[in-house]
Design a protein around this ligand. Structure first.
Ligand code: G3I
Length: 392
């Protein structure tokens, strides 16, 4: 009998039971409980005492891609359930996964994650409905300027509608603003969505998401707006411009997501610059979600104690700006343990071949200095007037 009888198809369950848990070399196994759980409150509990929602992303079972981590690795699941009050989909509701072919849908992995979050008493966050950098290969053949609006509207109705009422927040559009050659005159990223519909694709997407799931907090999720460099000044300016345009057009949008993939040892961090950006977003009446917090440590020393201290310092200085701001209602970490770390499968890996230590917990699920930096920042944060809830 499947552990998730109503959530996954037979194919996925068989793959799940067969999938070996791919754990990094030399670390404790899935049956070694995380150290110290009984000795500390979870991050989600600490955050909740201030009406802040804390969670992390995780991945459902995608057979070609290895284990349903929170479903197959009992120790990791125990840590996830102890620390998180929210689960964000890492890949499962992105179009290439939900729609492998134009007329074929696959919600198994997303259903698994929703089922896990629900059974774990967690909020569920959908990331993301549209991302022009991650579109299915068939999109260009199937969608043109003539049918793009109807296609995008139908797609979002289908995906967001499936989970309506159960998603605290949708990242409706991811990384819409960019800089340099990829940016059109309004800062919007050129690509299959902008090229077919122009800036209106944002309006179309958010309206469709609100029609499908009127209770969900709809978020425009943005990367590379945290640091005091020209390219990110440009992004902040253009992001504010799009938010103002959408709000003036009465498009339903409730939050700006700041991804927060911190990268110490490289870009200049100026607290006043980030603080003013938060003020500017909040002045529009929007909430701010920290949506993908982690530390890209490729420019930190190889030595692990020094590297961990560098990561902790980066998160400490960032949260010292972010958490005092009342508009910031959520922190989502982009992963939880170095045991499963997206960076190892990305171009952000360290040049020296050492495994990234981007996450709050190490391979053995033990807290690192960066974990303590988050605890200290949450404990110092002012309490929000009310917790984040679905819209009425
Ligand atoms: O599942 C398919 C598989 O069927 C196919 O054979 C294989 C071929 O490459 O791809 C598999 O999908 C992979 C997917 O993760 C699931 O494992 C994609 O290749 C891979 O690109 C994808 O990586 C994700 C990436 O976003 C792109 O979607 C990472 O896990 C995820 O951590 C990363 O997260 C992004 C956020 O969405 C946006 N902000 C940046 C962040 C880090 O890049």
């Amino acid at each position: 009998m499947s552990r998730f009888p109503h959530a996954i198809g037979r194919r996925s369950f068989l793959a799940a039971s067969a999938a070996a848990v791919a754990i990094g070399p030399g670390c404790a196994g899935a049956d070694t409980p995380p150290p110290g759980l009984a000795t500390r409150p979870g991050l989600g509990a600490i955050a909740a005492s201030k009406n802040i929602l804390f969670g992390a992303c995780s991945r459902g079972l995608i057979p070609e891609n290895g284990p349903f981590r929170v479903g197959n690795d009992a120790a990791y699941s125990a840590l996830f359930q102890h620390e998180c009050r929210m689960l964000t989909t890492e890949y499962e509701v992105k179009m290439p996964n939900t729609r492998p072919r134009p007329d074929t849908w696959d919600f198994d992995a997303a259903d698994m994650l929703l089922d896990y979050a629900t059974k774990s008493g967690m909020a569920f966050r959908g990331h993301c409905l549209l991302w022009s950098s991650v579109m299915p290969k068939w999109f260009a053949q199937e969608v043109d300027a003539g049918n793009a609006e109807a296609f995008i509207t139908d797609h979002i109705h289908k995906v967001a509608g499936r989970y309506a009422g159960r998603v605290i927040s949708w990242d409706v559009v991811n990384e819409a603003i960019t800089d340099g050659d990829e940016a059109a005159e309004d800062g919007l990223r050129r690509g299959p969505l902008y090229d077919l519909m122009g800036p209106r694709y944002l309006d179309i997407a958010f309206k469709a998401a609100h029609e499908a799931d009127p209770k969900s907090l709809l978020c425009l999720n943005q990367d590379a707006v945290e640091y005091d460099v020209d390219s990110q000044d440009y992004r902040r300016e253009k992001t504010l411009g799009q938010l103002r345009r959408l709000l003036d057009a009465k498009v339903p949008i409730h939050a700006l997501g700041i991804q927060s993939h911190l990268e110490p040892g490289w870009l200049k961090f100026t607290p006043e610059v980030l603080s003013k950006f938060l003020d500017d977003v909040a002045a529009l009446g929007l909430k701010v979600f920290i949506t993908e917090l982690d530390v890209v440590d490729r420019r930190l020393p190889a030595d692990i104690p020094a590297r961990d201290q560098g990561a902790a310092a980066a998160v400490q200085e960032f949260l010292a700006v972010v958490l005092p701001h009342p508009a910031v209602a959520m922190i989502n970490s982009w992963g939880l343990s170095d045991r499963y770390n997206w960076i190892e499968d990305s171009g952000m890996r360290r040049k020296d071949g050492r495994r990234s230590r981007a996450q709050l917990f190490d391979d053995d699920l033990a807290p690192k200095p960066v974990y303590q930096a988050v605890v200290d920042a949450l404990n110092a944060a002012p309490a929000r007037s009310a917790p984040l809830t679905l819209l009425p």
